[in-house]
Design a protein around this ligand. Structure first.
Ligand code: PMV
Length: 326
């Protein structure tokens, strides 16, 4: 009766440094997670009962954010999971939008907040970068102090993140998935132990912070040569922090000759690289030859979108939920 779809994301600049108070720049990608919701006798996902292991995100959302009539969900995704491309964020935002809509509370900011709440509670620790980027589409800048074009601010404990709108140009990009999962907490811990004992690590984080601001300027100017150079530089700094791997380096070596710039995206260790290029098919072939999985992508213009397939059923549920509230 209701179909919601949310895009993947890639961090363009600033991963890891964002944990230490620096800004991060993320863009959405035109691969999507689509979720359909319909009334059912039992809560189900893709035909099976809501499972603790398989459906952690949907299950948490359903148990904690929903009090209305029983719903079942059908998911369809073109975002590889554990690849650093935000598949869990896209799922969280899609479920958040469905439940908020059926409660009569649908807004973009509300989706970003509920999507973050779902990811945070399931993962134990998360920043709102992925969920805000997936909700908003286009691009976002996350900072610890508000700037121009503020979309929303999200607080958790001592931390407040400010999320800003960015309009990326129509970049040609190739994601190269290493086939090795990226485990964010392990990489974050690795950087933390280096940071705690090394002035050099602190300087490296500072330098990444400065580079994000240069990257933002180059993005706004649509200067792909400058952007590519900054991506390479950001990658070198991430290498100093110890979060690259032989799988990542192999794909960068493959994509490099046909790209303006390449870098790992997300936490690293595995996951994916991002290549900025005007020869996406050449880059794809090279990535495939070196054992990676290529995806030709562009920034997504649309964030979370909602499509009502059966307005009568939606109205019945809306009335039931309102009745329960009243
Ligand atoms: O791999 P991802 O998409 O979960 O990105 C992690 C980004 C980090 O900066 C390494 C961690 C964080 O919470 O921001």
């Amino acid at each position: 009766m209701l179909e919601v779809s949310s895009p993947a994301k890639a961090i363009l600049f600033g991963e890891h440094a964002v944990v230490y108070g620096k800004p991060a720049l993320a863009i959405s990608l035109d691969r999507r997670m689509t979720v359909k919701a319909f009334p059912a006798g039992l809560p189900k996902v893709d035909g099976g009962p809501l499972s603790m292991r398989k459906h952690r995100y949907v299950r948490w959302a359903y148990n904690n954010l929903w009090d209305g009539p029983t719903l079942a969900f059908k998911t369809r995704s073109s975002i590889p999971s554990a690849s650093g491309l935000g598949s869990s964020a896209a799922l969280s935002c899609s479920i958040a939008a469905i439940l908020n809509y059926l409660k009569g509370e649908f807004t973009e900011e509300g989706t970003a907040r509920s999507g973050f709440q779902i990811e945070y509670n399931v993962q134990g620790k998360a920043s709102p970068t992925d969920t805000s980027c997936s909700t908003h589409g286009k691009g976002i800048l996350v900072t610890y102090e508000p700037r121009e074009e503020l979309l929303w601010s999200i607080e958790k404990g001592e931390t407040t993140w400010h999320v800003h709108h960015i309009a990326p140009p129509d970049l040609e990009l190739v994601v190269g998935y290493t086939r090795k999962p990226s485990i964010t907490p392990i990489q974050v811990e690795k950087v933390k132990s280096f940071y705690d004992r090394s002035g050099f690590a602190k300087e490296t984080i500072e330098e990444i912070g400065d580079l994000v601001n240069d990257g933002l300027k180059a993005l706004k100017e649509g200067d792909v040569v400058k952007l590519g150079g900054l991506m390479d530089r950001n990658h070198s700094l991430l290498t100093i922090l110890g979060v690259t791997s032989k799988e990542i380096d192999r794909l960068r070596d493959a994509a490099g000759p046909y790209s303006y710039g390449t870098k790992l995206t997300g936490a690293g260790g595995g996951g994916s690289i991002l290549a900025l290029t005007d020869r996406p098919h050449k880059v794809s072939e090279a990535i495939k030859k070196r054992g990676g999985v290529p995806y030709i992508v562009r920034p997504s213009k649309e964030g979370t979108t909602l499509n009502i397939l059966d307005s009568e059923t939606v109205d019945v549920i809306l009335q039931q939920v309102q009745g329960q509230k009243g």
